[in-house]
Design a protein around this ligand. Structure first.
Ligand SMILES: [Zn+2]
Ligand SMILES: [Zn+2]
Length: 141
């Protein structure tokens, strides 16, 4: 993955991720100079999941400069918040998925295909009780 750094536009105050050699803020024709901020890419992504707000990013950048202990404390709180949010999202994810590879690229095996497999393999066909097929790995269940 390409390295990214966090930069702030000196004109409009927008804080975002940029490639290291990108120095002009192009968004909305702003053309302001970009100044590198002292937070890591990982920290920025964590903060971004908490609040997509320039003032909030700036407050955390200031805090890191002023009080690194408090900053690290806040960052670890934010990190666990983001983790909890992610695991909640995973639990609430009701998309049917392949139990083998977790792909959501699955299809219902229609009555026709099932009837076909009964006709071909008889009553002992393994396919008989299965109603889904994974288009990713071919698993049926
Ligand atoms: Zn700007
Ligand atoms: Zn699969």
């Amino acid at each position: 993955m390409e390295d990214t750094v966090i930069k702030k536009c000196s004109k409009c105050g927008d804080i975002a991720r940029y490639s290291p050699n990108f120095n002009v803020h192009r968004k909305n024709g702003c053309n302001g100079d970009l100044i590198q901020c002292n937070i890591s890419d990982d920290d920025y992504i964590t903060l971004w999941h908490i609040a997509k707000d320039n003032d909030f990013f700036q407050a955390m950048i200031d805090l890191k400069e002023k009080d690194i202990i408090e900053y690290n404390l806040k960052m670890s709180q934010f990190r666990s918040q983001v983790q909890q949010k992610k695991s909640r999202e995973l639990q609430n994810d009701t998309t049917p998925r392949c139990p083998n590879c977790r792909s959501s690229n699955i299809q219902k095996i229609g009555g026709l295909e099932r009837a076909g497999s009964v006709a071909m393999f008889g009553i002992f066909s393994k396919k008989i009780n299965k109603s889904f097929k994974c288009n990713n790995c071919g698993y049926t269940w």
